[in-house]
Design a protein around this ligand. Structure first.
Ligand code: GLA
Length: 400
């Protein structure tokens, strides 16, 4: 993350908004791109995200009150305020409830939190499926817990932020985004096992290629979209698979869909009577296998095959999970006849947002022009492109 200039900007904004920055501290947490493993973090699967160099910066300082929290952001007018003794009222804020939810989780963990002021600056495009909200949650969780003497880090920080989004903001998200924002490592992707909530790093060596994000500029909103509906469908899918499996001789029900192998999928899925549920299950189990396969390919430097699996994954989320939409489909299709793009897929929650593309470095400008022309012809929208660099996870920025 371009720390120096952003740190200066956020401190200067803090000063303009709340007065003196004496005693203020600055924290940063990145957004993420998910390379493969979509919509399976909440099914006990493997996912393969990487932290971006884009993220959220927060300058934060105790304000001497017992329970008044004041929040501001460079992109939001005015100051939002809530009381640590009235989280019901905090829920009604039209901005700031990710932060309030995280603070509530810290207090529920037994931390003693007092009043504070916090100013936010984000370098991630909002609503683009790059986890701007997780980066707000994680920067807040790390910042507030550290300020009040009890730094929460690692898996516990990620889980607290996920609970905040589930309970306070009503989005039943999985653990991927918050975990990637916490655990990011420059130059590496994170192979996250969502069943055990643990990870290993994999060097992201793409040869002469770059990762290019193509933003449909169609905002997605997880809450309003079909995210929670998909979660209900896969819960039914798990019940169905277990019912069928047990009737065919399996001893114990499995804890999640990703515990089923591809062979078991082949055997049981034809017995699922509901077409929609069957398709969702087929996506989840096959996607989990694709993640494992693609990581081996990447580790062996088989980039073309890695890229091809990304395309397969896109078609699975498009036709089986039905979580893309006209814009994502158009921007994906626009890449198919561009030879120097060896892989492409939607990334994140879907229903809008971005695709991630592996493109030969010298062909990036031509790629942008090619995709933009075709995408605009189909949808009338103007896309945006970002060459993404893979950065570090959440941290405090040392001030001189
Ligand atoms: C959103 C959620 C994640 C994950 C993805 C889809 O980003 O926050 O938990 O489910 O969608 O893979």
């Amino acid at each position: 993350m371009e720390s120096n200039s952003q740190t200066e900007r956020i401190l200067s904004f803090f000063k303009d908004t709340f007065g003196s920055t004496d005693g203020a501290r600055v924290f940063a947490a990145p957004g993420r791109v998910n390379l493969i493993g979509e919509h399976i973090d909440y099914c006990g699967g493997f996912v393969f995200p990487a932290a971006l160099t884009l993220g959220t910066y927060v300058a934060i300082k105790k304000n001497g009150t017992k329970e008044t929290v004041r929040l501001a952001a460079t992109t939001v007018d005015g100051i939002r305020s809530f009381s640590l003794s009235d989280f019901d009222a905090a829920k009604q804020m039209n901005w700031g409830n990710y932060q309030a939810g995280v603070v509530k989780e810290l207090m529920d963990l037994g931390m003693e939190i007092g009043g504070f002021d916090a100013a936010y600056l984000s370098t991630i495009p909002f609503g683009a499926g790059l986890s701007s909200s997780a980066s707000i949650e994680v920067s807040t969780g790390l910042g507030v817990s550290t300020l009040f003497g009890n730094p929460l880090t690692g898996k516990e920080l990620a889980l607290a932020c996920q609970r905040a989004e589930n309970r306070f903001c009503g989005v039943s998200c999985g653990i991927m985004d918050q975990y990637a924002s916490v655990a990011g490592l420059a130059g590496h992707a994170i192979l996250l096992d969502c069943a055990s909530v643990s990870h290993k790093y994999v060097p992201l060596d793409l040869g002469g290629n770059l990762l290019v994000l193509a933003n449909t500029c169609k905002k997605h909103s997880l809450g309003a979209s079909k995210y929670n509906e998909r979660r209900r469908e896969v819960a039914i899918g798990l019940e169905e698979m277990n019912r069928i499996a047990v009737s065919l001789g399996q001893k114990e029900p499995k804890p999640d869909l990703c515990s089923f192998s591809k062979d078991e999928l082949r055997e049981y899925a034809p017995h699922i009577t509901d077409d929609v549920i069957r398709k969702r299950v087929m996506h989840v189990v096959s996607e989990n296998q694709r993640v494992k396969d693609s990581v081996s390919l990447l580790e062996n430097g088989e980039l073309e095959a890695f890229g091809a699996l990304l395309r397969d994954a896109n078609q699975s989320i498009r036709y089986l999970y039905e979580a893309t939409g006209e814009e994502l489909d158009a921007i994906f299709d626009a890449t198919l006849d561009f030879e120097d793009c060896i892989g492409s897929r939607m990334t994140g929650g879907g229903f809008g947002g971005c695709t991630v593309n592996i493109v030969k470095a010298e062909a990036v400008e031509a790629f942008k022009a090619h995709v933009a022309k075709k995408y605009t012809a189909v949808t009338g929208n103007i896309p945006e492109f970002y060459v993404c660099e893979v950065g570090d996870g959440a941290r405090e920025i040392t001030l001189e």
